[in-house]
Design a protein around this ligand. Structure first.
Ligand SMILES: Cc1cc2nc3c(=O)[nH]c(=O)nc-3n(C[C@H](O)[C@H](O)[C@H](O)COP(=O)(O)OP(=O)(O)OC[C@H]3O[C@@H](n4cnc5c(N)ncnc54)[C@H](O)[C@@H]3O)c2cc1C
Length: 443
């Protein structure tokens, strides 16, 4: 029995039901691990982190086996919003400078940029059709106060990221086809793009298979044991011995795989609605005709974009329990928010709805580094809801760590993650945080 922070439904195969992406492409078949096998490196988790790592490892000649509880892309990687964007940490610029120094901040920004480039590079190398669109992303100000902050920081943000940014004054939004109710302007940062994440993760899996990686779905690892020369991983139908391991389970991790993980991570729910195809007339009526991906400046933010196929994707974080009743409530709340922000579309159906688990760390920065004192054992997790790019990059860096190659990880990303307070009940602290952020967002 795995010690997971959420109700068991969150970890069952059906928790991805209702996901629009699943209707757009298949992931490659991945038979369960059967019997006794060996590998040079065992990767647990077939999402962006695990598959990006596996691909790099295999390209250097390593013998790699990936095990997943369900299959490639079943976790957050196959069900996210598809924003390949900067992010991965929840520490703001000032706090990161204060805590880790400006040099570390520069390294981090470089990593954020490199992560986006890596997604584009992998898609190019593997010849993936991932429905890319959007020249950067827009942050829309939900208050005058946020708009003032955007005006004050736009030039600095653009310079820090080495790109251009356009301040969108309130009157610019409709002209740019970005009219959402209650927004006071925004910032268009030319960095990042939107993708179909399932096509991307399926492509990574196919690329890894072609490079010689073995991928086993239906293979939940129940125990990892150290033994002479490496590790023994147990699943219901097999055992895998490997010299090295990578734990790439992110929000789907459990507190006992291995015990070192206990309370070092905090999964958070994120949920998505996808509409039916919205006609050009309906888009014009709302004033949202842009293909730019966007989010609002709330702490409990909404993220949204018009997909190339003309459906609108609308996402939001929140929820501290995973039950059919709480999901019905989240869906109602999201639909109410969607109607409030896009009033011309109150008649537009949103037939697709699903949720998944992203992941936080106590220090609010990702972790890529050793598992306790275990030699040749690495974990990579905690992308704070921005892992399309950052998980891909962290997987690559984790592979480099395992190979002893030069890596680009800032020192603070490799510092052992602290444990959250409240142990297994730690998600309950989210209730207070969500309440507090909700109040802040009303200012
Ligand atoms: C709804 C939603 C929307 C999001 N939107 C965005 C976005 O727009 N942009 C962005 O950058 N990020 C977004 N994210 C975050 C992003 O999806 C994640 O950060 C990223 O996918 C993490 O990748 P991963 O490979 O580390 O983990 P995952 O993709 O979650 O994969 C972990 C895998 O580990 C497997 N696993 C767990 N335990 C075991 C075990 N014991 N044995 C075997 N296998 C196991 C699981 O089955 C799972 O497949 C979103 C997340 C969610 C949930």
């Amino acid at each position: 029995m795995s010690r997971h922070p959420y109700e068991s439904e969150a970890y069952e195969a059906g928790s991805i039901d209702g996901c629009y992406w699943a209707t757009t492409c298949d992931t490659p078949p991945a038979p369960p691990l059967e019997g006794e096998l060996r590998a040079g490196v065992a990767v647990i988790g077939a999402g962006f982190t695990g598959l990006s790592a596996a691909l790099h490892l295999a390209r250097t000649g390593a013998d790699v086996a990936v095990l997943d509880r369900h299959g490639p892309g079943w976790g957050a990687s196959g069900r996210n919003g598809g924003f390949a964007c900067i992010g991965g940490s929840k520490l703001d610029r000032g706090a990161m400078n204060a805590r880790h120094g400006t040099a570390a901040r520069v390294e981090w920004v470089r990593a954020e940029r490199a992560a986006i480039d890596l997604v584009a590079q992998l898609a190019g190398e593997l010849d993936l059709e991932i429905d890319r669109h959007s020249d950067g992303e827009a942050m829309l100000a939900h208050s005058q106060r946020e708009m003032a902050a955007i005006r004050a920081s736009a030039a600095g943000t653009a310079a820090e990221y080495g790109t251009t940014a356009a301040v969108l004054e309130p009157g610019d939004l409709a002209a740019r086809g970005l009219a959402a109710e209650g927004m006071h302007g925004g910032l268009h940062l030319r960095l990042g793009f939107g993708i179909n994440p399932r096509k991307y993760v399926a492509g990574l899996a196919r690329g890894a298979l072609a490079a010689g990686v073995r991928i086993h779905g239906g293979s939940p690892v129940s125990r990892i044991r150290r033994e002479a020369g490496g590790y023994l991983l147990e699943t219901p139908s097999g055992r895998l011995r490997a010299e090295k391991i990578l734990l790439a389970t992110n929000g789907y991790a459990s507190d006992d795989l291995p015990d070192w993980m206990r309370a070092r991570f905090l999964p958070v729910q994120s949920s998505v609605l996808v509409s039916r195809v919205i006609t050009p007339e309906e888009r014009a009526a709302q004033g949202w005709t842009s293909d730019l991906m966007a989010y609002d400046s709330r702490h409990l933010l909404h993220y949204f974009r018009m997909l190339p196929e003309g459906r609108f994707l609308f996402g939001m974080r929140g929820g501290i329990r995973w039950t059919p009743a709480t999901h019905a409530a989240i869906r109602r709340q999201m639909r109410a928010d969607f109607d409030a922000m896009f009033p011309a579309w109150t008649g537009v159906e949103t037939p697709y709805f699903w949720s998944g688990l992203a992941n936080l760390t106590r220090r609010l920065t990702p972790y890529v580094g050793q598992i306790g004192g275990w030699p040749g054992a690495v974990a990579a997790f905690g992308y704070h809801g921005n892992g399309v790019a950052m998980a891909s990059w962290s997987g690559l860096q984790a592979a480099k760590l395992l190979l002893g190659e030069a890596h680009e990880l800032p020192g603070f990303v490799m510092a052992e993650p602290r444990r959250f307070e409240l142990g297994r009940a730690r998600r309950l602290a989210l209730a207070g945080a969500y309440l507090w952020y909700g109040l802040l967002d009303r200012r």
